[in-house]
Design a protein around this ligand. Sequence first.
Ligand code: NAD
Length: 499
Amino acid sequence: MSDAVKQAFADPKRYRNFIDGAFVDASDGATIERESPAHGRLVSIYAAATNGDTEAAISAARGSFDSGAWAYAYAGDRAAVLRAVAQKIRNHVQELALVETLESSKPIGVSRGEVMFAAELWDYAAGQARGLHGDSQNNLGPDMMGMVLREPIGVVGIITPWNFPLLILSERLPFALGAGCSAIVKPSEFTSGTSLMLAQYLAEAGLPKGVCNILAGDGATVGQAIIDSDDVDMVAFTGSSRVGKMAIKASAGNIKKLSLELGGKSPSIVFADCDIDAAIDGVLKAANVNMGECCIAGSRLLVEDSIADAFQAKLAARLEDLKMGDPFDPTSRIGAIINDRQYAQISSYVDIAMQEGATVVCGGDPDAYDGLFFPPTIIADVRPEMRVAREEIFGPVLVMMTFQDRDEAIKLANATDYGLAAYVWTDDLANALYCTRHIKAGRVWVNSALDGFPEMPLGGFKQSGNGRETGRYGIEEYTELKSVHLHMGAQKERWVTDV
Ligand code: NAD
């Protein structure tokens, strides 16, 4: 165990909320304690924001937005702040990665990769902030001109889940700030550390006070207050479909805009003509990265019937190479599950699979391990109507089905309520293109798995959500369009005179 980890266990880090530019404890002094899921040791203590604290944060965001100081600032100045934050994230990679792994038990190498990617997102959003512009129309007649302005939407509430804390926040916050919005951020109560550390970097980078407020707290108090508030113009919510549907209902109060990134049950489709070894590694990665606690996990494997038996055998053998263990061991690929509740959910789905008549090929027996470690599991003999084929498990459990031809593969791929991602393995370009056209998903990977770029938008079809984050679409999501009808000289109003 490294000195940094020993120190973290000996002296758990305390975090305060960031409201109107100040770091503050909860007004009633309440805290939330977080233990490392892999070690069962206290690692973080967050101030648990109250309703009053949340109202203060919303009011600070509202005041800062309405003042116009950030919203109307020169985009180059906003971009400079975002770039400075990117640099601060890079300067603190080790510290941030340590906290991510302490709180989530994801392997430390994965945490480092996420933190580096988060920095890239802040840099990319800085460029987008400078590039954001409206449009003009010069074909409206000889004395008319149209201008289409892009304006920041206003105060944005950003609510994030526990699986990729800093990364998911960085897919949203720099784009909202780059567009000129003000924000209130509520990270998951299980992994708030890095979001609260980010507050320090925002302050040091010169973000005006009140423009971004970051609060730890539970969903029912802080999250609910944000989605209910009439002073919030938009909510960017990432999390379960259950809470996403609550956000839709709550948005009716002031007809606020929603950007929702919800659950998934994404297919990995393997055709017989593909590079089998590459597909095996890609399928295993898509299913098991972050212990399968990944919204875009390739958790449904669809294999062409002619190679299914051989593929299953090779896949199960290769799974043995995935080391599960202490997330601070650099050779571990699989760490611990986030909490008892999630662990019980994963376990219960393996039981359901067996009750439904499926077969556990490997893994599946959590009793063989101490603590919250769940072995990567493959379930075969799955039929499309089974619950394990349709519902999100959110753990390292891959369910396998077979198909005879491409039409059946596409039908199976689309046979869930979700549409977040898909993976296609084939050597035939025409086949790949046909599948990408016909699969209903926001992201499709062809012959690769999970590589990400700030330039590419992300979001879901069907019940996986709406709206898009990152890429140029990401910044546009946080804007309103305003049409300006500009007449060259005062127009004689014929509606009144030509009776
Ligand atoms: P969750 O919905 O329980 O919680 C997400 C966030 O919502 C947390 O910050 C939580 O405190 C908050 N929340 C809870 N109740 C609330 C309420 N009543 N009002 C407002 N906010 C509330 O989800 P989770 O357990 O943190 O994450 C797992 C789920 O998130 C999975 O279903 C997964 O698919 C989904 N997810 C989706 C994406 C994506 O990009 N599509 C990314 C990560 C996770």
